[in-house]
Write a protein that binds this ligand. Structure first.
Ligand SMILES: Nc1ncnc2c1ncn2[C@@H]1O[C@H](COP(=O)(O)OP(=O)(O)OP(=O)(O)O)[C@@H](O)[C@H]1O
Ligand SMILES: [Mg+2]
Length: 422
């Protein structure tokens, strides 16, 4: 008998769920926690590879090495073909994702007594927007990584459908619900007919009235806030002495994008930035950029921006202070500034829900509940955009980080029931 699990491999955080006698539960992965950062650290000091919280700790104590975040964002893109240099060798992104999934599988074995061999992996409605070929490639890349991690039976379920399965556990009447899962990389939506009776049926295709998604998530909000409020202090739009020229903007775009930061630490890029510094009309800004790159502080800077964004979910004013002699930044950021920086994304989220209602042939008032999951649904502006599309529905807060893995565990139990111990 083998064991089946559901894995929510998230852009920012990952979780694993299993079912015991039909009841889903999340497994502790590290330090007793059921959700861990999707992060790896390749140490250049002891050549070890660490994952999750441990990877975060090693990076933040300034151990020398390579830190990786948002690796899911690379699936289906050209970057997937690139490799990452560690002290001993270069790793392909496929191997890096496989290593992270193996870490999750081994963590599951600690609770289950043996490593699971079957998995339902969550996937967003679209890994890549408007490119079905790239999207299919992304799923194949993730499947190959799961195989590399030791899984033998691999199935996929859409993340917003998994979240709906979790929500359905708590309903006691039949209703039409909009499930909104806005995470680190994607915004995923489903419209589902849920009821306690329907929850017992194994074929739910007719109850899924529609689902869709768009490549917008918390990591985009970090980038948008970073570009609007922080990167100008490091030279974004800063003039060069040659008339009419500015410092190249792609440095700042990469520095504000979780999965691109490491490319800036390349020696060729550092040489280029030093040349820009010699020509800079505001050298103190480019010097700051250079210090951040030389000290490999890009992730720390972006983590500071992310923390300010998270603070702004509960206050109107956040302080971003990095005064360690490298970035030397102290900025006050208001919620209104964050919302202005992300206004296009908010508009796209709202119009994607309107498209979904249209595709499902529903009016907004036929949706009676909105189930919110994913860390970014904690943002007042995101909630407002969702509520604007379905103004009469009541908002229900799900488990922001656990709903998808719980739903995937329910799905795994259903799919692998005949072959697995579940
Ligand atoms: N209170 C909060 N306010 C604003 N943003 C938050 C809050 N809590 C978490 N986030 C953001 O939520 C995102 C992570 O959410 P989550 O763990 O649901 O994503 P994920 O599942 O890893 O990503 P995806 O599903 O898109 O692959 C991060 O961008 C994080 O900054
Ligand atoms: Mg998610």
């Amino acid at each position: 008998m083998t064991t089946a699990c559901g894995i929510d491999f998230g852009t920012s955080n990952s979780s694993i769920g299993v079912c015991d006698a039909g009841r889903p539960r999340l497994l502790p992965i590290q330090r007793g926690e059921t959700s861990v950062p999707t992060a790896l650290f390749f140490s250049f000091e002891d050549n070890s590879t660490t994952f999750g919280h441990e990877a975060l700790d090693r990076y933040f104590v300034r151990e020398h090495g390579r830190y990786l975040r948002a690796i899911k964002s690379v699936l289906g893109t050209k970057l997937f073909e690139e490799t990452t240099q560690t002290k001993l060798r270069r790793y392909a992104f496929g191997e890096i994702i496989a290593a992270f999934l193996r870490f999750l599988r081994i963590a599951a074995a600690q609770s289950l007594g043996e490593p699971p061999t079957s998995v339902v992996l969550g996937r967003p409605a679209f890994f890549v927007d408007d490119d079905p070929k790239a999207d299919a490639a992304a799923e194949r890349q993730l499947e190959a990584a799961a195989r590399g991690a030791g899984f033998e039976q691999i199935a996929f379920q859409f993340e917003p459908i998994a979240a709906a399965l979790d929500y359905e556990q708590s309903v006691n009447t039949e209703e039409i619900a909009l499930v909104a899962d806005i995470g680190g990389g994607t915004s995923d939506f489903s419209i589902v007919r849920v009821s306690p009776e329907r929850a017992r049926s194994s074929d739910r295709r007719r109850d899924i009235l529609g689902f869709t998604g768009v490549h917008i998530g918390g990591t985009d909000f970090d980038r948008q806030l970073g570009l609007a409020r922080v990167m100008p202090s490091l030279g974004l739009r800063s003039p060069l002495r040659r008339k009419g020229l500015e410092a190249p903007s792609w440095y700042f775009f990469d520095l504000a994008t979780w999965h691109r930061i490491n490319f800036l630490y390349d020696s060729k890029v550092l040489t280029e930035v030093r040349a820009v510094l010699r020509d800079a009309a505001e050298p103190e800004k480019i010097e700051r950029l250079l210090r951040v790159l030389e000290h490999r502080k890009g992730h720390e800077l972006l983590a500071g921006i992310e923390a300010a964004k998270i603070d702004l979910s509960r206050t109107d004013l956040a302080l971003l202070k990095l005064d360690d002699g490298v970035a030397d930044i102290s900025l006050k950021i208001t919620r209104a500034e964050l919302e202005a920086a992300m206004s296009d994304s908010l508009q796209r989220i709202r119009s994607r829900i309107n498209d979904l209602l249209r595709m499902a042939g529903l009016t907004s008032d036929s949706v009676s509940a909105v189930f919110l999951t994913g860390g970014a649904t904690r943002m007042p502006s995101v909630r407002k955009s969702i509520a604007a599309a379905v103004p009469t529905a009541r908002l229900i807060e799900g488990d922001a980080l656990g709903s998808v893995a719980t739903g995937l565990a329910l799905d795994a139990a259903r799919r692998f029931a005949s072959t697995c111990r579940i």
